[in-house]
Design a protein around this ligand. Structure first.
Ligand code: BEZ
Length: 259
């Protein structure tokens, strides 16, 4: 982490609002920031439903155009602040093992980490050894953190997001993007909290079931369990569409759409 003195210097330069809206080039010429590309463009506001910004990048599987990479599929983009970080190492090992689960759902996996390709290749060897797996999806080399910036994956704590060892906090995001390139769900994690692969699959199941069947899903829902008839559908129409509808309250109606 930066020292308190460094943080005070940074705080005197910009307010939190300015930090997100006006990233002035001269600011990035400070020693804290000089190893990284200077973003000169306005950071897009990414909301659920926004089109995932397109970018070109070098990955462990070659150069990509992100939208071309997604193609007609769903995609999951998960990001990491640096290679050889312990929590991230366990996460990538676990994601690698879930390859078949993501494929079954038509979801292409892609990671991002703020280091170069040579480092990624060495890290993947470690991940495979530690988790006894064979990581097969590409990892983007985002050493200058341009894509992390584009996707607003940086921590609000300070503008540099770089600790004494050069690790950029936090860049630990999950973006789930649909075939029309819309961002459908995001998760942001601090460095200390490992992600949960089951939850990632669960939310993909929910999104895809919702799209296919026109339903929403309740707390802790798992495939096959009862789903909720959305408020936009009348009970009469729901009964025509789903046959069995269980009305708990006029605004809370359950049905089952199978697996
Ligand atoms: C990790 O354990 O993955 C981690 C450590 C420090 C910063 C960010 C991530």
């Amino acid at each position: 982490m930066l020292s308190a003195a460094s943080r005070n210097v940074l705080r005197s330069v910009t307010t939190p609002l300015q930090q997100t809206r006006s990233l002035r080039p001269q600011y990035f010429n400070t020693p804290f920031r000089r190893h990284y590309a200077i973003p000169t463009t306005e950071q897009p506001r990414l909301r659920l439903g926004s089109i995932a910004p397109n970018f070109q990048a070098k990955t462990t599987h070659g150069d990509i155009d992100f939208h071309d990479f997604i193609g007609e599929n769903w995609a999951i983009l998960f990001s990491h602040p640096a290679d050889f970080t312990p929590v991230c190492t366990t996460e990538l090992g676990a994601f690698a093992k879930m390859k078949d689960e993501f494929e079954r759902r038509g979801v292409k996996m892609i990671g991002l980490s703020a280091n170069d390709l040579g480092s990624h290749d060495r890290w993947i060897r470690d991940i495979n050894e530690i988790s006894k797996t064979n990581l097969q999806f590409p990892i983007i080399a985002d050493a200058d953190r341009k894509i992390a910036y584009l996707y607003d994956m940086l921590d609000a704590q300070d503008l540099t997001n770089i600790d004494q060892k050069g690790i950029a906090f936090t860049i630990r995001a999950v973006f789930i993007i649909d075939p029309s390139k819309k961002i459908r769900l995001t998760m942001l994690y601090p460095a200390s909290v490992g992600r949960n692969t089951s939850e990632v699959l669960r939310v993909i199941d929910s999104l895809q079931t919702g799209d296919k069947k026109g339903v929403t899903t309740p707390i802790n829902w798992q495939v096959g369990e009862d789903v909720i008839v959305p408020p936009t559908v009348s009970t009469e129409d729901a009964k025509k569409k789903f046959k069995d509808v269980r009305e708990v309250k006029p605004y809370l109606r359950f049905t089952n759409v199978g697996k």
